[in-house]
Design a protein around this ligand. Structure first.
Ligand code: HEM
Ligand SMILES: *[C@@H]1O[C@H](CO)[C@@H](O)[C@H](O)[C@H]1NC(C)=O
Ligand SMILES: *[C@@H]1O[C@H](CO)[C@@H](O)[C@H](O)[C@H]1NC(C)=O
Ligand SMILES: *[C@@H]1O[C@H](CO)[C@@H](O)[C@H](O)[C@H]1NC(C)=O
Ligand SMILES: *[C@@H]1O[C@H](CO)[C@@H](O)[C@H](O)[C@H]1NC(C)=O
Length: 272
């Protein structure tokens, strides 16, 4: 460890004792997370994992909610800036630009390939908040680190950061450069509490045989969340779009050639 890393570690070890994850459930998707809402940074971060298996699954679902006014926000799955799997996100034209990054130092993190991220349907970017709910596969192990130090029932420190006002250089580009965050904080996640028997239903309600993603080979994931104001009544939903589910106020009919198929109580999709 370098001197600054040691100082950083001591600082975060102290912080970890202060804030601990607790359960909350998203009312639109029904997904329950272990996480934390920071009353100062006004961000919520939660995680949910599939049941413990042998060999262990390499995935989990993350939810990040932050004010829409922020330039960008980030989460570190490893609890540190360096040598961790980092997620960055910001809103762009009602879409969520979500990417994975990695760095070995306190410098602009590089785009990181390997993790596969897929935004789930309850992700939204409205006038007040950005809410990203995403499945992350190949995400429990990364370069020079892993969740729970390799034990998915152990302790994991989670970190989150925010740039309150400064936007990234090019918000349309998931790999955009950015300036240093204005704030960061941490919470402790007891991984023995994050495994949920309902995980597979969370996935089918979300990642579902999704629209052929134009960027499927990149670590980028964007969504065009349905806007309640743009769904003129009578309009029909396009291929693979949402057409029903608890709380859904958008179109309930599908374009010609597609049928509205219920995947679960929270999500119906236009399928061929
Ligand atoms: C140009 C971009 C960035 C720069 C220059 C930068 C720089 C820094 C610096 C100098 C610190 C130490 C601050 C202190 O101890 O007071 C720090 C901490 C931190 N950064 Fe960044 N950062 C950048 C982007 C990011 C991103 C994208 C993430 C996550 C998505 C992130 C996550 C963290 C975390 C979690 C900490 C606190 C824990 C630790 O010290 O390891 N940073 N950053
Ligand atoms: C968080 O929300 C509170 C209450 O709305 C507000 O006073 C505060 O300025 C917000 N914090 C940030 C960092 O935007
Ligand atoms: C999983 O991610 C790592 C980087 O963390 C990458 O090197 C590896 O190729 C990825 N595996 C797959 C199957 O994509
Ligand atoms: C915007 O999104 C947030 C987070 O999902 C939600 O709590 C809020 O009710 C939404 N606001 C509007 C006006 O839809
Ligand atoms: C799974 O979902 C069912 C039905 O919604 C619920 O009763 C049960 O408590 C959930 N189980 C867990 C582990 O959350």
């Amino acid at each position: 460890m370098t001197f600054s890393q040691i100082i950083g570690f001591l600082a975060l070890a102290g912080a970890a004792l202060a804030q601990t994850a607790s359960q909350f459930c998203d009312s639109s998707s029904g997904i329950c997370f272990q996480g934390y809402t920071d009353p100062t940074m006004n961000m919520t971060v939660g995680f949910v994992f599939p049941p413990v298996t042998t060999p262990p699954s390499d995935e989990y679902i993350v939810q990040i909610v932050a004010p829409a006014s922020y330039g960008w926000t980030g989460v570190s799955a490893g609890g540190t800036m360096a040598n961790s799997l980092l997620f960055t996100l910001w809103p762009y034209n009602d879409q969520i630009i979500l990417g994975t990054r990695w760095t070995s130092d306190y410098v602009l993190p590089d785009p990181y390939t390997g993790p596969k991220i897929t935004l789930l349907p309850d992700s939204t970017a409205n006038s007040t908040h950005i809410k990203a709910t995403f499945r992350c596969q190949n995400c429990t192990v990364w370069q020079d680190g892993s969740m729970g130090s390799g034990d998915l029932t152990a302790f994991q420190l989670i970190a989150y950061v925010a740039s309150y006002t400064t936007k990234v250089a090019d918000p349309s580009d998931v790999d955009s450069s950015m300036q240093e965050h204005d704030a960061f904080n941490f919470f402790g996640l007891d991984l023995s509490t994050v495994h949920d028997d309902n995980y597979s239903s969370y996935i089918s309600g979300g990642a579902a045989p999704s629209a052929p993603a134009p960027t499927s080979s990149s670590p980028t994931s964007t969504s065009a969340p349905p806007s309640t104001t743009s769904s003129a009544s009578g309009a029909s939903q396009t291929a693979f779009g949402q057409c029903g589910g608890t709380g859904w106020t958008g179109p309930i009919t599908c374009a010609s050639g597609y049928t509205c198929t219920k995947l679960n109580d929270y999500y119906s999709q236009c399928t061929p």
